[in-house]
Design a protein around this ligand. Sequence first.
Ligand SMILES: [Cu+2]
Length: 172
Amino acid sequence: MYRGGKIMRVKAVAAIVAGGMALAIAGCGSNEPQPSPGDVAQPSPEAPPGITLSDARIQLPVVSGRPGAAYFTVSQANGAPHTVTGVAVEMAARAEMHQTSGGSMAPLGKVGIGAGKTVKFEPGGYHVMLFDLDPKLRFSKDVALTVTFEGGGKAVARAPVTTMAGQMEMAH
Ligand SMILES: [Cu+2]
């Protein structure tokens, strides 16, 4: 009996240690090295020539379970015009481009960026709605935002996660 009890206790301790390790591993995410501020707005090597992605940010829904939103600025400084065909955000299962106009909004399949032009995705205009958010997004400092262009080029930026309230897209 005594020996059995001891084994039980050893097993219990092992379970607690294993649980602690799992917590420690889960906690590592926030300690990952963050990109330096200089890296934030840089296009990835595969971005189309002349494309700059900047001011990316994620807005969490005020009420969890609602869609979030993503905003960014994309510029075509020189060269040929490009077309944005999609946006993906880490920890959001689905991202849709929308345009707000006249108090309602409609999904967009493509957004053209003319040569030398800048297009802002911002509250009340073009924006990205984020659906089926990973609950861990709320605890993330920033996530990767990837913009895909016609022809397959991609630009990636780190997007800080914000909880700022009171945006028009919250009405979804
Ligand atoms: Cu929308």
